[in-house]
Design a protein around this ligand. Structure first.
Ligand code: GDP
Ligand code: MG
Length: 273
């Protein structure tokens, strides 16, 4: 049985620091945007030394476009690159589709595990609520000359007026939202309703939402049956995938669906998955 983190309300974290730093650990940097034709201020998460240098995709402007910012170990901007808008989405100069994916859900549902599985194909049995991935970038090859770079944001924290601004910041500009729940704890399903509302409000309707019902390897401990999962799917009107991150069950199928959904938005047509 998982133990809730101390106050049951971990802060929204948007960086790599395993000491769960304060949510305001962002640094404002200025850089020129050729589309806006002026200097813009970007809020970039502060990371641990060993994670430098890193690149960060900053979404802004009307219509929304993005700039890739490379930060060196002294927090200097090493360079920036405009990625232009194509059909409401952004594409890098070298056939790279750039996407932002928020990974949200109650504590202990498997947000960190999901990102670790995708990025490193690793799984950790122990639970330390203070360890959050923050932001992790992964690149997926879609074809010989096209790849997709997804920036995964782990968004923790319960709904509360105190962290509503932080949620807004985390969800803004998201192309994809993965909302996780745990089949061994029904309360994690009940939490999805307000999460989906927040995503629709702060990320906008163009953000594709998928729900991940995790931990199906714990069949005996299930509080939500497969029929129950379908019931939530109907109620929330969001596709659900039942997975086990521990056993790596159904992950590839669901990954193929998200990538397909994101790709469809840019290049149109349908996917074979
Ligand atoms: N049995 C089982 N445990 C899992 C699974 N996925 C994650 N866990 C465990 O659940 C706990 C919380 O996972 P974590 O990814 O840290 O949750 P987060 O708080 O949402 O980021 C950890 O102990 C994980 O090992 C799964 O598929 N099956
Ligand atoms: Mg976590």
């Amino acid at each position: 049985m998982l133990e809730a983190p101390p106050n049951n309300q971990p802060a929204v974290t948007t960086n790599f620091d395993s000491t769960n730093p304060a949510p305001e650990d962002f640094k404002t940097i200025s850089t020129d945007c050729k589309i806006c034709n002026k200097s813009i201020e970007c809020q970039v998460p502060i990371k641990k030394r060993e994670h430098y240098p890193f690149s960060f995709v900053f979404y802004h402007g009307r219509p929304v476009h993005a700039i890739i910012i490379y930060i060196d170990a002294n927090y200097a901007v090493r360079g920036s690159e405009i990625i232009k808008e194509i059909g409401g989405q952004v594409r890098g100069p070298s056939g790279v589709l750039a996407k932002k994916c928020v990974v949200a859900g109650d504590w202990g549902v498997g947000k960190t595990s999901l990102i670790q599985r995708i990025a490193y194909d690793q799984f950790q049995d122990s639970y330390d609520p203070s360890i959050t991935i923050g932001i992790q970038e992964c690149e997926f090859a879609l074809s010989e000359d096209l790849s997709m770079k997804i920036q995964f944001w782990e968004v923790t924290g319960q709904h509360s007026s105190a962290n509503i601004q932080l949620r807004k910041k985390s969800f803004a500009g998201a192309d994809l939202a993965l909302v996780l729940c745990d089949v061994t704890r029904q309360s994690t399903f009940d939490y999805l309703n307000e999460l989906v509302d927040d995503i629709n409000t702060f990320a906008g309707r163009q953000c594709a939402i998928f729900a991940i019902a995790n931990k199906i390897d714990q069949a005996d401990a299930r509080q939500v049956s497969p029929e129950g999962v379908l019931e939530y799917q109907r109620k929330l009107n969001v596709p659900f995938f039942e997975v086990s991150l521990k056993e790596r069950l159904n992950l590839d199928d669901s990954l193929a669906r998200w990538l397909c959904e994101l790709q469809k938005k840019d290049v149109g047509g349908s996917c074979s998955t």
